[in-house]
Design a protein around this ligand. Structure first.
Ligand SMILES: [Zn+2]
Ligand SMILES: [Zn+2]
Length: 331
């Protein structure tokens, strides 16, 4: 059984070496809330993901870290945690699973406060670098209130300040005290998405690749890639992890079943698409109506993106071709 022993209003110890640092946020609740984890061993700590960039998300996480740090011992940021001798811990790394605002947003501010090194995949680093040189950013909040769009723009700018101190990719390992965190390439949700595997505890940190609840948005290239996503899920099955700490939602124990469920879900959706096209419903609007008959209008954009991601996969596999006028037919 998984027990989540609450250590206070803002702390959660998942295992002695893995803590979750949730924040209570006025509007980033439920599936919008993102998880930030602290891995601790001996004298060292690493954050996995950094949450949103706003003060209401960053400050409570710093307070949590400071709460573990005990009295300050001069320069640098020291944490006092679960080390057996109670010596000061140092936050060494902030490892981000991908560049999205809800995971990488707080990285720069947390680095400034702690001196930790930000680690990310080179593809995510180059997306953020483009965003830094590309201001002002487009904001894809279709139909959303203007204030929300403005806030998103500001958050993206804050997120883009997270330069990589260390580039990591599949097969790299990060030593932390006496434990090893292995980097796994899991492109799909974004092209440089990574998962992290804490070998000694068989804990998998999955960012948005494996959600704790529901499914995750996979967009067509260049934002995402459905074919790569399904392969990434297959790759994760090889790790035989006993616990998944997802980027959103609660930790998961039944890892193999969850991964299979996510793979099956995508295959079922693909079959629905092929069947709709086979019945002459090859236009996007017809497919949407066929596959998502009772869709809330706020979710139409997302559903379209999912269909386009599947269609891009099917096209690249030569199973579907696109005719002029946006109609898809079986190859
Ligand atoms: Zn994401
Ligand atoms: Zn997310």
């Amino acid at each position: 059984m998984l027990t989540l022993a609450a250590q206070g209003p803002r702390s959660m110890e998942i295992t002695p070496r893995v803590h979750s640092i949730p924040v209570s946020h006025p509007f980033l609740r439920g599936p919008l809330a993102s998880n930030v984890y602290l891995v601790v061993d001996g004298a060292q700590g690493a954050l996995i993901d950094a949450g949103y960039p706003d003060d209401g998300s960053v400050r409570p996480r710093l307070e949590y870290l400071r709460g573990m740090a005990g009295p300050s011992e001069g320069s640098g940021f020291a944490l006092k945690g679960s080390s057996p001798k109670g010596q000061a811990l140092k936050l060494e790394y902030i490892i981000v699973t991908h560049h999205h605002v809800d995971h990488c947003g707080g990285a720069h501010a947390l680095r400034q406060a702690t001196g930790a090194a930000i680690c990310m995949h080179p593809l995510e680093a180059s997306i953020l670098s483009e965003q830094r040189s590309d201001a002002p950013q487009d904001v894809d909040a279709p139909g959303g209130p203007r204030a929300m769009a403005e806030q998103l723009r500001a958050w993206r700018q804050a997120t883009a300040q997270a330069t990589a101190d260390r580039l990591v990719e599949g097969g790299d390992t990060i030593r932390l005290g006496g434990v090893t965190i292995e980097v796994i390439d899991t492109p799909g949700h974004t092209l440089g998405s990574i998962c992290l595997y804490l070998r000694e505890e068989r804990v998998l940190f999955t960012g948005d690749t494996v959600p704790g609840l529901g499914t995750v948005v996979i967009l067509p290239p260049p934002a995402g890639d459905m074919a790569l996503y399904i392969r990434s899920l297959e790759r994760l099955k090889g790790y035989e992890a006993t616990l998944v700490c997802p980027g959103h939602g609660p930790p998961l124990r039944d890892v193999a079943r969850k991964l299979q469920e996510l793979i099956d879900h995508r295959h079922e959706r693909e079959q629905q698409i092929l069947s709709a096209i086979g019945r002459g419903q090859g236009r996007l609007a017809a497919m949407l109506a066929d596959i998502y008959p009772e869709l809330d209008r706020h979710l139409v954009g997302m559903a379209r993106g999912q269909l386009l991601a599947h269609l891009a996969k099917l096209q690249s596999e030569g199973r579907v071709v696109k005719r002029g006028e946006g109609e898809y037919v079986l190859a």
